[in-house]
Design a protein around this ligand. Sequence first.
Ligand SMILES: Nc1nc2c(c(=O)[nH]1)N[C@H]1C(S)=C(S)[C@@H](COP(=O)(O)O)O[C@H]1N2
Ligand SMILES: [Mo]
Length: 460
Amino acid sequence: MSSRNSDRRGFLKRSAALAGLAAGAIPLSKGKALAGVNPDESILKQGVTPDEPVIEDLAYGGRSRYETSVYRVHAPGALAKVGLRNLTPLHDTIGAITPASLHFLVNRELELPNINPKEHTLIIHGMVDRPLIFTMDELKRLPSVSRVHFLECTGNSGLYHYRQYIMDQKAGRTDQHMIVGVHGRTSSSEWTGVPLSLLLKEAGVQKGAKWMISQGGDTERHTKSMPLAKGLDDAMVAYGQNGEALRREQGYPLRLLAPGFQGVNNVKFLRSIKITDTPYYLQSEISAYTDLKPDGKASWYESQVGPKSLITFPSDPHKLMERGYYQISGLAWCGRGKIARVEVSTDGGQSWKDAVIQTPVFSKAHTRFRFDWNWDGSECLIMSRCTNEFGDIQPTMRELAKLWGEQRTPAISADAMVDLWEHTTMSSYLNNPIQVWKIKQDGSVEDGTYSTFKFYPFYH
Ligand SMILES: Nc1nc2c(c(=O)[nH]1)N[C@H]1C(S)=C(S)[C@@H](COP(=O)(O)O)O[C@H]1N2
Ligand SMILES: [Mo]
């Protein structure tokens, strides 16, 4: 072992340099010394326990049996009420792309269609000169694009999920984590499909047309009105996700993708787009996915997701082993443009430093950020905030509260926290406040946004 690779000090120095640290500024965590062990005999033989894979295993790759990250699937009782819900385990995510098998799922009914692509068609009709019908094969012949975009449910991080989280905590269900239960309705993929503008051009949109009504081929016929301008801008009809066909959960064989717009617009199992001069005012768009604003008007058809970020490590399922070096890491995204800046605070919002953003940064996509940190072992509050390329900045809870109106006196019992949340943000939808994590002295992590609401200067 004479090579420089065995020089652990050198390795740590080089790693520190790589991490952008002044060597020695933050001592990196220790590897285990190899002293007294002959690597040839023990270490190198570890892990050599070959399986004999059967041909089915080889035909479509599987992950290691030691990797166990899974969706949180709503319990069957809850399913009857809300349809299918699978939440992304954001705390396990690596990089910026969500594995298709863990992309969150929101279906407004219990059924997940099994559509034969040979029988599926898309029609474009209404206020167009030439109504069109496409088979999947015909769509796939057209010029295609691949783009990385996030998708987020309107209800993500909203009141209902926060209330559920508090109830779970009170019932002692410590396995129900905030990062999944409250925030797990956002995912990011590379989507492939045909720009909708191309299809609309083919069909010839008539004068006076302002809206598009998209409908899915599920039993419920999920239907959504969207401004036509979005269809002519960057919307697409997508059949590919992360290098393969869409997952059934994501709307196989075809879905609408409205980048940066609330999840509900992204109609799955897409079979029809009707061009109109007025929206449809459906139950699913005027009583759900919308809130009352201070001026008494409802937020109908206000679809763009605001700047939002979230530290995914460390977050509430994690426990830090000991004081020392950790890389704080998380995701930032925005329904408008690219993420330009992410700042991290490790002192409850008193000071902020820039995180490193993973490039290339895509517009309307999850963007991974990283931040070198030396945990001194004491209790602290960590959080991130992001800014997009237009200078839009992620709000604090109080700033959001101003946007939504009424505020009540902060209080800290569990019930009061729900109450507080309800009346400070007034919003069940499109919530993007800064999420705070409290690192406790034993290294465990819990929500710090609500429990510390009134004690930290950051909120005042
Ligand atoms: N056909 C159909 N499309 C749908 C839905 C649905 O229930 N049926 N749910 C909508 C909602 S509310 C969301 S948040 C997104 C979720 O997309 P995903 O399940 O691929 O994550 O799909 C939207 N499109
Ligand atoms: Mo949604």
